[in-house]
Design a protein around this ligand. Structure first.
Ligand SMILES: [Zn+2]
Length: 218
């Protein structure tokens, strides 16, 4: 974007912290110094999980309070510009936690119907930013073929698994054949959705699947 134009926009809409919405001091972007210090950041093994069919999943944040309310504005109230900040945090997390380089970035998509209703796919927007930050190609490789009940309404892990089973299909097996795939999703809870996507990618021939999400619950 043109620098002058972007300065003008900053005057009209001063950049705010995507988490707490306080005005950002000059020279800061995405989040404020206080959130940088005080959000529930995850590090070391706390940031890592190994859901089935996934070599390693990493998330920079715990899904609670400020993170959750910020994420709700992003997912349900059209704050799509947050994808930039979120995606940058996720890309840093990937660099820290994944020893192996990936070949491509993909995401766990919404169903066509849900995407039409919402107007955007929140995981796809994150995947775009992560791919850009890591200098990797972004590939659409999955389709959600069945609308599922929201995973957040299901308590039991077994119920979440059953709910996700068969919900996705790989639309481009050639693209993932023998590839190291980085799967992007928004929040990792039981890992059932990410596992199911990874299972389809592995079945289609992916060599290994890694995963990154903005946050993890529990
Ligand atoms: Zn803040």
């Amino acid at each position: 974007m043109n620098r002058l134009w972007s300065a003008f926009l900053d005057l009209l809409f001063p950049p705010k912290c995507v988490f707490c919405r306080s005005l950002l001091p000059d020279g800061e972007r995405d989040l404020c110094p206080r959130c940088r210090r005080e959000l529930p950041w995850l590090s070391g093994s706390a940031a890592e999980q190994k859901p089935e069919f996934i070599a390693l999943a990493c998330s920079p944040l715990r899904y609670e309070e400020t993170v959750r309310t910020s994420f709700h504005r992003y997912k349900f109230y059209g704050q799509t510009s947050y994808a930039k900040a979120y995606g940058r945090l996720m890309a840093v997390c990937v660099r820290v936690h994944l020893d192996e380089p990936c070949d491509l970035v993909t995401w766990a998509p919404l169903s066509r119907r849900r995407k039409r209703e919402r107007g955007y796919d929140q995981a796809q927007l994150l995947a775009q930013v992560v791919a850009e930050e890591l200098g990797l190609p972004l590939c659409s490789t999955l389709e959600k073929v069945r609308d599922t009940a929201p995973q957040s309404g299901l308590e039991e892990n077994s119920a979440r698994r059953a709910n996700a089973l068969g919900a996705y299909r790989c639309t481009d097996p050639a693209a993932v054949q023998d590839k190291r795939v980085l799967l992007i999703d928004d929040v990792l809870t039981s890992g059932a959705t990410a596992s199911e996507c990874a299972r389809m990618l592995r079945t289609a021939g992916a060599k290994v699947v890694f995963c990154a999400t903005l946050a993890r619950a529990h």
